[in-house]
Design a protein around this ligand. Structure first.
Ligand SMILES: C[S@@+](CC[C@H](N)C(=O)[O-])C[C@H]1O[C@@H](n2cnc3c(N)ncnc32)[C@H](O)[C@@H]1O
Length: 264
């Protein structure tokens, strides 16, 4: 399916990056899951949040994980089978155009994916409609610092290319505005460091090359090759200047937000 190439390609290796699992756990922890909840995990990927939620809602609850990428869903299904999780299922679909009945979920989770939606405010309103009154929506979004991605975005900006993921909901105030814009009551908003380990220089360069077809880096991927090469060279110069003993700091901060659909 169009637009899934990056995650299809990364699916088998995706779980090696421990940061995604940590972030998903924090999103799940914020969502006040209880026995019997019906949960939707949008852009579920390899199912980190969905599987963790499934462990918290008991056999009477249900989790549905939706993703565009069949390869990511394949990993999620394999993990669910291994864990013998009977209260979770996965379906291919576009998180921005879901056909579930309105007001049919107690919780909606979106971990490491809001910034990938083509229209995040509209996606939040769509998900709000799927929540039962009183239901909770929990998401995270990139903040600053944002490790090597922020350095890449800064290098791109110096060459006139804007990477849209970087400022969608990078402050608690923007998260509040997004929740309120979707007619959700703000339950909690906070900024936290989700990962802090330094990165070897060659790994940081490899990650730039691996991400070039990442949907959030679309503007960079579509830039003329000579401009992309100039941005890459600028990024490497910046890394080299910041490196200590061949490693660069890679601290990653995220904003975590939870909103409630008000009762009518
Ligand atoms: C960075 S991964 C996050 C996966 C997972 N939520 C996690 O916490 O690890 C982003 C995922 O969003 C999916 N995705 C992007 N846009 C989507 C859309 N419109 N509908 C459904 N899935 C989407 C990608 O296929 C990918 O699996």
């Amino acid at each position: 399916m169009a637009g899934t190439a990056h995650f299809d390609r990364r699916a088998a290796r995706y779980d090696r990056d421990g940061a995604h699992h940590r972030v998903a756990s924090l999103v799940v922890a914020s969502a006040e899951l209880v026995d019997g909840c019906r949960v939707l995990d949008v852009a579920t990927g390899t199912g980190f949040a969905a599987l963790e939620a499934a462990g918290r809602i008991g056999p009477s609850g249900e989790v549905i994980g939706v993703d565009l990428s069949e390869a990511m869903l394949g990993e999620a299904r394999r993990k669910a089978q291994e864990a013998r999780a009977a209260n979770v299922r996965f379906a291919q679909g576009d998180a921005e155009r879901l056909s579930f009945s309105p007001a049919s979920f107690d919780r909606i989770l979106c971990s490491s994916a809001l910034a990938l939606m083509t229209d995040a405010p509209r996606a939040l309103r769509h998900w709000r409609d799927l929540l039962k009154p009183g239901g909770l929506l929990a998401f995270d979004a990139p903040s600053t610092p944002f490790g090597f991605s922020e350095r890449a975005a800064a290098a791109a900006a110096r060459h006139g290319i804007r990477l849209g993921f970087s400022d969608l909901a990078d402050t608690p105030d923007k998260c509040r505005a997004l929740l309120e814009g979707a007619a959700l009551d703000v339950v909690s908003v906070r900024k936290a460091i989700a990962a802090s380990g330094p990165l070897a220089l060659d790994r940081a360069v490899a990650m730039f090359d691996e991400r070039i077809d990442h949907p959030a880096w679309r503007a960079l991927g579509e830039a003329p090759p000579a401009l992309r090469a100039a941005i890459r060279a600028d990024y490497i110069r910046d890394l080299a200047a910041a490196a200590v003993d061949g490693r660069v700091a890679n601290e990653i901060a995220l904003c975590f937000a939870v909103g409630r659909r008000p009762a009518p």
